[in-house]
Design a protein around this ligand. Structure first.
Ligand SMILES: [Ca+2]
Ligand SMILES: [Ca+2]
Ligand SMILES: [Ca+2]
Length: 223
């Protein structure tokens, strides 16, 4: 049906307006996403026969942290980025799985240990740090349900040399009930220092390292 010259002109005007509006939106949405060279990225390469494992991209360089090609998932401890948790998986039709279980590194991926104690199956979809309690691990097995565990105790900012002075605020990694016990679970003092822990660490100009442990109550301890 002939819509007449007026309708056609109106249609063209609307189309031009629509195109201009789209262009304005695109200009606004033009990506400002840049890839800073100082950004650290971890990459999991699953079942890559030549390059399988976990790679780290940092400062423009790519390095492989571990070569197990059955690593399926990686988690980074939110409050301690040097603590890494890697889950392995393999097809369940194998009589004997090639998955090795769960790897844990506390030194940024330089060394790894298998932490499979208590796990009835080595295949897993993922293991993560509980966001509400980063010292607790949650393992999602492939076929046997979920399991909870804990990150072992390890030196914070260590290893430390003895004899020598060790700052109280450098108590061990491991969390509540493992490396320390806090009666007042709220965090007093410097909120950004080891923020996941309830240990109270005020900034003090006259304290060694500029920090101390304060607000101690009966029954509280740290290691
Ligand atoms: Ca506290
Ligand atoms: Ca101190
Ligand atoms: Ca306290």
């Amino acid at each position: 049906m002939d819509q007449g010259p007026g309708r056609t002109a109106e249609t063209r005007r609307r189309r031009r307006h629509s195109i201009r509006r789209s262009e304005r939106c695109l200009r606004r949405a033009r990506p400002k996403w840049q890839f800073p060279r100082h950004r650290t990225l971890h990459l999991v390469s699953y079942k890559d026969w030549n390059n399988g494992g976990i790679h780290k991209y940092e400062g423009g360089n790519l390095s492989r942290l571990i070569e197990d090609k059955y690593i399926r998932h990686l988690a980074i401890k939110p409050d301690e980025p040097s603590v890494l948790l890697a889950t392995t998986n393999d097809q369940p039709f194998h009589d004997q799985t090639n998955a090795a279980g769960v790897y844990l590194s506390t030194d940024g991926g330089q060394t790894w240990n298998l932490e499979n104690n208590g796990l009835p199956v080595l295949r897993g979809s993922f293991a993560i740090f509980n966001p509400h309690n980063p010292s607790e691990l949650v393992f999602a097995s492939d076929g046997r349900g979920f399991f909870r565990g804990g990150v072992g105790q390890s030196a914070y900012n260590g290893p430390h040399t003895i004899p020598g002075a060790i700052e109280c605020e450098f108590y061990d990694n491991g969390g509540e009930g493992v490396a320390f016990n806090e009666v007042d679970t709220a965090k007093n003092g410097e909120a950004t220092f080891r923020p996941a822990d309830g240990v109270d660490v005020p900034n003090k100009a006259n304290a060694s390292n500029g920090k101390a442990v304060g607000w101690t109550n009966d029954g509280e301890w740290l290691e």
